[in-house]
Ligand binder design. Structure first.
Ligand code: SF4
Length: 175
């Protein structure tokens, strides 16, 4: 059985397409952002992700930050389960009325100095859902926001850029 599988592998070879050529500069950008984040902070950055009512499209892109290409965790930038352990909240979705109180409590439970980055059109301006009896609209209607990452959904590299911008701005303010 194993022998026939090996024969099949050698006969077929690599069936997948080669990765697209995105250029040397783009390929190096994730590593550059990771290095700058670590040099600014001098320590790990911990992130609590909050889905306040998204369609999960933005979560798929956030999930990609953990793959070997973006490799956030490999650089010491970790997602944590509790806001009490977090430096930064990464919030998606329009804020559904059912999540309004939970989001406020999560924000209150995050220790100072905290950062909030919103991900996706819905979180930045309410997106398709806007404000209604079921939706509070954008995240900034509920908690203070430091940086927005637009797109529906945004690419992982844009999310990394947004995190870096928020951290840079906080460092400049604290000087
Ligand atoms: S921005 Fe787009 S992908 Fe993200 S939660 Fe809204 S509809 Fe979904």
């Amino acid at each position: 059985m194993a022998w026939s599988v090996l024969k099949q592998i050698s006969r077929v070879g690599i069936a997948s397409e080669p990765a697209p050529d995105i250029g040397e500069e783009s390929a190096a950008e994730p590593a550059r952002i990771q290095a700058e984040l670590l040099s600014i902070l001098g320590q790990a950055l911990t992130i609590r992700q909050v889905d306040a009512g998204s369609c999960n499209g933005c979560e798929l892109e956030i999930n990609a930050l953990g793959n070997p290409y973006y490799n956030l965790e490999g650089q010491g930038i970790r997602f944590v389960a509790s806001p009490r352990h977090a430096d930064l909240l990464l919030v998606t979705g329009p804020v559904s009325r059912n999540m309004e109180m939970a989001l406020k409590r999560t924000y209150d439970a995050t220790p100072e100095p905290k950062l909030v980055v919103t991900v996706g059109e819905c979180a930045c301006d309410g997106g398709l859902f806007g404000e209604s009896y079921a939706s509070c609209g954008r995240v900034a209607n509920v908690i203070p926001v430091d940086e927005v990452v637009t797109g529906c959904p945004p690419e992982p590299i844009d999310i990394m850029r947004g995190i870096l911008k928020a951290v840079r701005r906080r460092v400049v303010q604290s000087r």
